[in-house]
Ligand binder design. Structure first.
Ligand SMILES: Nc1ncnc2c1ncn2[C@@H]1O[C@H](COP(=O)(O)OP(=O)(O)O)[C@@H](O)[C@H]1O
Ligand SMILES: [Mg+2]
Length: 496
């Protein structure tokens, strides 16, 4: 299937192959995916053989008078071939690469000498390296793609050779877990050692079970050590790749996702839901208690007073109707008027406790002032209120919330603080309405302040949160407790 201008000097000068005669050698060469050729000193091809000719699709279309570069359509490529041959003629063996009809050949040419050592032409050999090149390009592209994916994702990618135990660590181990490039030893024991000791057994057992059990995928959540020694919560997923023939697990590739924030948020959400449930339950209880108290209050104070009034009126009626001598009516009416006075006071007291009318009538500042005085009078704890003008900037809702927060905070001072003084400050700071209640008592502990049992504090916090504000209860540096709340000022208080 090959074209042979004539046996040529190439084969005829190499007849000392022992048992392998030129004819056998030619047949062998024609079966190899290579090209072998020789030229004379004018670069006319004197011999062209090899299985590579078939690959070039040129085996039968050859001309008898062929020169180096003739068949290469691209003038640049043709020139390259001619230059290499010219160099060989000058005595220098040269390599070059040409692309011909979509195939890539790696060629080597060297001088062809006669028995006296004079250069009489060129001998060349070419290998078809098309598939190797394509594989190299594909590999490079896939490496590049992997690098890109590794850069683009926030996950840390890994590739674990299950046979050798070698592990490739993606860029994510630098960006997510702060390791330096090349710092992690390329072995799966590195992975094991970075798992939190409490999670290690579980994670390793799970990955082993997936591999040994023939699974194609595996996932687990565990804690993974960052470079600074802290631990991140991670979600790790891997895919097992099996040998297509033996079905043996060969490789595992995967990605590790940092879910620390999600985990924290979930925990907080969970805690805040639990707190809200408690609060709701407590609201129910408080309402029930309030109703009971008010019912008792009305029954005891108003009910009895009204009954007494009724008796008083009945006996006055009887006295008026009777001719018999009776106590002077004037005294009785005075007594009755006194009773009505008391009754009015009771009604006012009960109503004030429900909602101080002063809040609606005179506004927040006056109501807080009254609260402070009332508190001092009832408890003997000195209480001052520093109230900067904020009226007009807050809504009625804000006023109620602030008032109730002061009320609860003062109740806590009287119940828990063992304080000798408390002060209230209300004002504007930038875009915030700021409220503070300080006492000089024993001080609250951080644990109690944020603990689940602090429903009064939770209630204050919720009131603040409902209006977009925040509230904190903290121990003060010099002793005592501070309750502080910040509310964003409503945009248009008139409308809310
Ligand atoms: N001003 C304060 N000084 C000291 N401890 C306080 C103060 N306010 C609150 N505490 C502590 O915080 C706890 C929680 O308060 P709170 O949520 O209002 O619940 P309660 O008043 O029903 O006990 C109190 O039991 C008390 O131990
Ligand atoms: Mg309380």
């Amino acid at each position: 299937m090959s074209w042979t201008p004539d046996p040529g000097p190439f084969l005829s000068t190499h007849t000392s192959f022992g048992a392998l005669d030129p004819e056998q050698l030619s047949r062998l060469v024609d079966q190899l995916p290579i090209l072998l050729w020789s030229t004379d000193a004018n670069l006319r091809v004197t011999c062209l053989r090899g299985g590579g000719l078939a690959l070039m699709g040129q085996a039968t279309t050859a001309k008898a008078d062929l020169h180096v570069g003739d068949r290469l359509e691209d003038p640049v490529v043709a020139q390259q071939a001619v230059d290499a041959h010219t160099a060989a003629l000058a005595g220098t063996a040269t390599s070059y690469e040409i692309v011909y009809r979509g195939r890539t050949f790696s060629a080597q040419v060297e001088p062809l000498r006669d028995p006296d050592g004079r250069i009489i032409g060129v001998v060349g050999v070419g290998f078809d390296i098309t598939t190797r090149r394509a594989a190299e390009v594909a590999l490079r592209q896939s490496e590049e793609r992997l690098q890109l994916v590794s850069l683009a994702t926030n996950d840390a990618l890994w590739d674990w050779d299950l046979v050798s135990g070698a592990v490739w660590w993606g860029k994510g181990f630098e960006t997510v877990f702060w390791y330096e490039s090349g710092e992690l030893a390329a072995h799966y024991e590195t992975w094991q050692s970075l798992i939190h000791p409490d999670d290690r057994q579980r994670a390793i057992a799970a990955v082993r079970a997936a591999i040994d059990g023939g699974s194609t995928s595996w996932s687990a959540e565990y804690r993974f050590r960052r470079r600074d020694g802290s631990y991140a919560d991670v979600y790790d997923r891997g895919y097992v790749i099996h040998d297509p023939v033996t079905q043996k697990p060969m490789r595992m590739v995967g990605s590790m996702m940092d879910i620390t924030h999600r985990k924290r948020a979930e925990e907080q959400l969970h805690a805040s839901r639990a707190a809200l449930r408690l609060l709701a339950a407590r609201h129910q209880d408080v309402r029930e208690d309030e109703r009971t108290r008010i019912a008792r209050e009305i029954h005891d104070s108003l009910g009895q007073a009204l009954t007494a009034l009724k008796l008083q009126l009945a006996s006055a009626q009887a006295a008026a109707a009777s001719t018999a001598p009776a106590p002077p009516l004037g005294a009785r009416l005075r007594e009755t008027a006194q009773m009505v006075d008391d009754l009015v006071k009771s009604v006012r007291r009960i109503a004030t406790e429900l909602r101080p009318p002063i809040l609606d009538q005179l506004g927040l500042a006056a109501a807080v002032e009254w609260l402070a005085q009332d508190f001092a009078r009832r408890t003997g704890i000195a209480c001052t209120a520093k109230l900067h003008p904020i009226e007009g900037t807050i809504s009625a809702e804000h006023a109620t919330a602030l008032f109730r927060i002061v009320q609860e905070a003062l109740t806590n001072v009287s119940r828990h603080a063992a304080a000798s003084a408390a002060d209230i400050e209300l004002g504007i700071d930038g875009d915030c309405v700021v409220l503070q209640i300080n006492d000089d008592g024993r001080g609250i502990t951080e644990k109690v302040a944020s603990g689940p049992g602090s429903l009064g504090i939770l209630g204050m916090r919720e009131r603040a949160a409902a209006l977009g504000g925040v509230l904190e209860v903290v121990p003060r540096a010099g002793g005592g407790t501070r309750v502080a709340a910040w509310f964003p000022r409503p945009r248009d208080p008139m409308r809310s």
